[in-house]
Design a protein around this ligand. Structure first.
Ligand SMILES: *[C@@H]1O[C@H](CO)[C@@H](O)[C@H](O)[C@H]1NC(C)=O
Ligand SMILES: *[C@@H]1O[C@H](CO)[C@@H](O)[C@H](O)[C@H]1NC(C)=O
Ligand SMILES: *[C@@H]1O[C@H](CO)[C@@H](O)[C@H](O)[C@H]1NC(C)=O
Ligand SMILES: *[C@@H]1O[C@H](CO)[C@@H](O)[C@H](O)[C@H]1NC(C)=O
Ligand SMILES: *[C@@H]1O[C@H](CO)[C@@H](O)[C@H](O)[C@H]1NC(C)=O
Ligand SMILES: *[C@@H]1O[C@H](CO)[C@@H](O)[C@H](O)[C@H]1NC(C)=O
Length: 416
């Protein structure tokens, strides 16, 4: 409730911050600027806020009472952002309260599942988390981005149970999730397998693949954010035994999703609009196949509100003489950094997917986009919280799961 109120306060503040956009043009985003401009005063004291009391602090539970600092680890200062975009109307501030809690379907509460706990392996397999972290550290940036995405794909399909890792098996399961259409370029499976192998040698039959995927997603976020996204990930998940390619399309939000569909698909996993917008920041890393967006977003399609110069660049980068499906960076400015640059890309109409652009098209999501763009630290906190929440989706227990011996295969029944 406190969180809701805080967000409400934030939305109110953002609504009032509308004029800040003109100030913003001065320093743009990109805190990489050698002479950092002081952070915007926050919350504004002149607020003619409709709420009687001053807007609550944001985030409410923050241990640091000081006002949020506006900082960016970005080493490469991007040019000042065009802000607000001139090619489209400024999104209207939210007018309806309370904000983003979706009304339906009733979110399944991740909390109703088995209790996960932080440090679950401290006694059962000391050093397990550190081992995963080192495996992730060694991976390149593209694989790290893949590990964040892998966690998402795992949790959204059959819950966080490593079902995404199961390999096709001619006899028992010829069409697991990995063969589903949205699998394009799933990466990082080797890192998970290698960590699992090492953990099996260390403590056989103890550490689930589902937990390794969750730790790896957390650790990849940590490294790609230069340590700024730093959170604990509860564990104790069991591995699932079901993996079906036909479950992928209905559960994974497609790149052409609009706001209503995005909200509904996240709500179906117990994740609200705040979580959804925070997690969308993962599109500040990784690459996308051009086939995922070219049809509806690039010329000759005229339905997209993409910045025309950006579209021209993408068109060129997607053109391949051999007809190959090229890949392009999700965030062309800081492609290997998990940062809030993504939200500036959204604001500037320089994002790949319709589902990214969609975030500006509804008042509540637009306000959250602006908040994330302006307050990196708060977004980093929200991102971590949303990752933990996502990590609780439809978690398996000993009753309906197992600890796999190999992440690619369900354990063989005992035949002694
Ligand atoms: C699975 O079936 C395909 C075609 O029927 C065959 O080529 C392949 O060797 C089989 N794989 C395994 C592991 O049995
Ligand atoms: C996967 O789902 C489809 C459609 O629900 C179903 O027909 C099929 O039997 C399932 N496959 C497995 C291996 O459970
Ligand atoms: C993704 O699915 C395609 C087609 O079903 C398959 O050929 C490919 O191997 C899958 N990707 C991975 C990483 O398994
Ligand atoms: C991350 O958080 C832990 C405490 O949870 C702390 O010990 C560690 O120093 C932090 N790392 C960074 C890079 O901030
Ligand atoms: C978009 O293209 C279609 C068909 O090519 C055309 O009928 C329509 O008028 C165009 N819309 C705009 C806004 O240019
Ligand atoms: C297009 O490719 C060039 C060269 O790799 C790169 O510098 C640029 O950022 C790319 N642009 C986009 C929009 O992906």
């Amino acid at each position: 409730m406190a969180a809701k109120l805080a967000v409400l306060g934030t939305l109110v503040v953002l609504a009032l911050l509308g004029p800040v956009s003109s100030q913003q043009a001065g320093y743009g985003y990109g805190g990489g600027s050698p002479t950092p401009t002081p952070p915007p005063a926050y919350p504004p004291t002149t607020s003619p806020s409709p709420t009687p009391s001053p807007p609550p602090a944001y985030p409410p539970t923050s241990s640091t009472p000081s006002p949020p600092t506006y900082s960016s680890p970005s080493p490469a200062p991007p040019p000042p952002a065009a802000y607000p975009p001139t090619t489209s109307p400024t999104p209207s501030p939210p007018t309806t309260y309370p904000p983003p809690t979706p009304a339906s379907p009733p979110p399944p509460s991740p909390a109703s599942g088995p209790a996960l706990s932080v440090g679950y392996y401290n006694d059962k397999c000391p050093g397990a988390e550190a081992l995963v972290r080192e495996a992730v550290r060694a991976a390149d940036a593209g694989i790290k981005a893949g590990l964040v995405r892998l966690f998402f794909h795992d949790c959204f399909v059959q819950g966080c149970d490593a079902s995404v890792l199961l390999k096709p098996d001619n006899d028992t399961n010829p069409q697991p999730e990995i063969l589903g259409i949205p699998n394009l370029s799933l990466r990082g499976l080797d890192v998970i397998d290698a960590a699992k192998k090492a953990l099996e040698e260390k403590c056989p039959g103890v550490v689930s693949c589902a937990d390794i995927v969750a730790f790896a997603g957390r650790d990849a976020s940590f490294f790609l954010s230069g340590g700024a996204i730093n959170f604990t990930m509860p564990a104790g998940r069991y591995d699932g035994k079901v993996s079906n390619a036909s479950d992928t399309l209905p559960n994974l939000p497609p790149p052409f999703a609009d706001v209503a569909q995005l909200k509904a698909m996240f709500a179906a996993k117990g994740l609200d609009t705040i979580d959804m917008v925070a997690l969308s920041g993962a599109h500040s890393i990784g690459r996308s196949h051009c086939s995922s967006f070219s049809r509806d977003r690039l010329p000759p399609s005229n339905t997209s509100d993409m910045n025309p110069a950006f579209a021209t660049q993408l068109k060129a980068n997607c053109t391949s003489p051999s007809g190959a499906d090229n890949t392009v960076a999700q965030d062309y400015r800081t492609p290997d950094q998990l940062d809030n640059q993504y939200y500036w890309d959204v604001i500037n109409h320089k994002v790949l997917f319709a589902s990214d652009a969609a975030l500006l098209k509804s008042g509540d999501t637009a306000a959250l986009v602006y908040a994330a763009a302006l307050f990196q630290k708060e977004w980093q906190d929200r991102f971590g919280k949303a990752m933990v929440k996502m990590g609780g989706v439809e978690v398996k227990t000993a009753a309906n799961g197992e600890i796999r011996q190999m992440c690619g295969y369900v354990n063989k029944p005992y035949s002694g």
